[in-house]
Design a protein around this ligand. Structure first.
Ligand code: SF4
Length: 236
């Protein structure tokens, strides 16, 4: 599948910490997280979206760089597309800062992006503890790739965050403890409450209630000691 975008959100104040950014949503994903609410990006054959080509996206962002000088590339999963380094390089040539959101399944591409200094910020989804990844992602995971990506990000000089969308039935206090032990010492960790709005990949998740605020706080309190900074982000 070649790189295309299902949507460009022209202005976002929340996707790139400290920046006003445009957010670009790539089409296609190699995971099938049951709680995912991006059906149209993950299963584009079900909902043929309006496709935006990389060339159109570069043109659009370069026209608007007087107002917005940062981009968030999210998905779907951006790193499944081999044209991604070329695309980011083109944005950087326009003077646009780039944040990448990834599920961590392609450490080889992350290595290339880091070595070419193409990233200004990275956010990696931590789907669950290492022993529960298959259940949380709906596919068989090569867990070594996930570990390698987290390690690369943690040891890079680029600002980063790890984040987990927490879902009742998939995550609990024990999961949080295991995640903390895995990523011990990392800079920043965010908990995002699951929301069923917009329809989930696995329809049985559409009726699920999210964690209540006091439950989220309990989950956060378990991971807090392992990170320099750990918070709850409520906008998802
Ligand atoms: S939530 Fe999972 S399935 Fe959905 S886009 Fe992210 S990685 Fe892909």
């Amino acid at each position: 599948m070649s790189l295309t975008f299902g949507q460009i959100q022209k202005t976002s104040l929340i996707d790139y910490p400290g920046e006003v950014a445009s957010t670009l949503f790539t089409v296609g994903c190699n995971f099938r997280c049951p709680f995912c609410y991006n059906r149209s990006l993950v299963l584009p054959e079900e909902y043929p979206p309006q496709r935006i080509t990389p060339e159109q996206a570069i043109l659009e962002l370069s026209k608007r760089k007087k107002y917005v000088q940062a981009a968030v590339i999210t998905g779907g999963e951006p790193t499944i597309h081999e044209e991604l380094p070329w695309f980011i390089e083109s944005l950087k040539k326009e003077g646009i800062k780039v944040k990448l959101d990834t599920n961590g399944s392609n450490p080889k591409m992350l290595t290339e992006l880091f070595s070419k200094k193409l990233l200004d910020y990275v956010a990696m989804d931590i789907k669950s503890s290492l022993d529960s990844y298959d259940e949380a992602t709906g596919v068989q995971i090569d867990i070594a790739q996930i570990k390698e990506s987290a390690q690369l990000i943690q040891s890079s000089a680029v600002p980063y965050e790890f984040r987990t969308t927490v879902v009742p039935g998939l995550h609990n206090l024990d999961t949080m403890e295991r995640i903390g032990k895995w990523l011990n010492g990392a800079n920043k960790y965010i908990l995002q409450p699951f929301t069923a709005e917009g329809g989930t990949l696995d329809r049985t998740y559409s009726g699920k209630a999210p964690f209540r605020p006091q439950e989220l706080t309990a989950l956060l309190n378990v991971v807090k000691p392992y990170f320099k900074e750990a918070t709850i982000r409520e906008y998802y």
